[in-house]
Design a protein around this ligand. Structure first.
Ligand SMILES: NC(=O)C1=CN([C@@H]2O[C@H](COP(=O)(O)OP(=O)(O)OC[C@H]3O[C@@H](n4cnc5c(N)ncnc54)[C@H](O)[C@@H]3O)[C@@H](O)[C@H]2O)C=CC1
Ligand SMILES: CC(=O)C(C)=O
Length: 259
């Protein structure tokens, strides 16, 4: 198993891509701390991790709160005996025209998608450095971090920002043997996309499902992405075969955006 005996912390692990990453890392041999701002599904995800024979802890925390993220890392080390892999997966979407975007909307999404990744990088790297661990940091960007999408403009900006943080952190921590990479999924059939599609319907009058189908229609491989497609790539980035890779933001989108 590629990451046997390691400890990972996955944010936004209560559902969707984060849940799939937690389970994949557990299947590949890691003990996992599952973190989410919504506590309701965390026990179920932790139970799934334990059913795979690995240890799990649940952490209810807001990634936009620096102190809570640092506490989450400390708790993981205390309860699971270390931390080797930090997956900054939590994120939220914002759908709407730039012309109508408010300060509150920008502050809210920036706090989760960008500040949340920054605090995760900072807390994990401090913990790796303090313990002499050549750890892995893996961040959630998106196709929207490679291409600006209409009606998803501020969301796109946050995902471009994640790529900037990923590159800068890779350089800052390289001498300590810490790698920092990002994954850039395409159209993954999670609750986030249900919400995006509904919001497009509300704003444009498009029938429900039409926006999702339009995006999926552009995928060369001919199907929507699954959370497990993303999780496999994250496990690769966390594992030994990615040891010589840092600062990269790799597209895993079935052939939707070409960069
Ligand atoms: N679904 C998609 O098509 C794509 C998703 N992504 C990115 O992948 C990541 C995961 O996406 P999905 O699983 O689809 O989203 P999702 O909305 O299904 O799940 C996100 C999880 O993050 C949690 N979360 C939200 N705000 C949080 C906060 N402040 N602190 C801690 N947890 C918080 C939510 O409670 C939820 O459990 C996000 O960063 C998203 O932007 C990137 C490209 C495509
Ligand atoms: C949800 C997302 O990341 C998109 C539309 O690329």
């Amino acid at each position: 198993m590629s990451i046997d005996g390691q400890v990972a912390l996955v944010t936004g692990a209560g559902r969707g891509i984060g849940r799939a990453i937690a389970l994949r890392l557990a299947r590949d041999g890691a003990d996992v701390a599952v973190l989410d701002v919504h506590a309701d599904t965390l026990d179920a995800v932790a139970a799934e991790v334990r059913a795979l024979g690995r240890r799990a802890v649940t952490v209810t925390a807001d990634v936009g709160d620096r102190g809570q993220v640092h506490d989450a890392v400390d708790r993981t080390v205390a309860e699971l005996g270390g931390l080797d892999v930090m997956v900054n997966n939590a994120g939220i979407a914002l759908v709407g025209p730039l012309s109508e975007t408010t300060e509150d909307q920008v502050a809210r999404i920036w706090r989760v998608n960008v500040d949340g990744v920054l605090w995760g990088i900072q807390a994990a790297a401090a913990s790796f450095l303090a313990r002499g661990v050549r750890g892995r940091i893996v961040n959630a960007s998106s196709i929207a971090g490679h291409d600006g999408f209409e009606m998803l403009g501020v969301y796109s900006a946050t995902k471009f920002a994640v790529r900037g943080l990923t590159q800068a952190a890779a350089k800052e921590y390289a001498s300590a043997g810490i790698t920092v990479n990002a994954y850039c999924p395409g159209v993954v059939g999670t609750d986030m996309w249900v919400e995006i599609d509904q919001r497009f319907a509300d704003l444009t009058g498009a029938p429900r499902g039409a926006t999702y189908e339009k995006f999926v229609g552009g995928i060369a491989l001919g199907r929507a992405e699954t959370p497990e497609d993303v999780a496999g790539y994250v496990s690769f980035l966390a594992g030994p075969d990615a040891a010589y890779m840092t600062g990269q933001s790799g597209l895993i989108d079935g052939g939707l955006v070409y960069r």
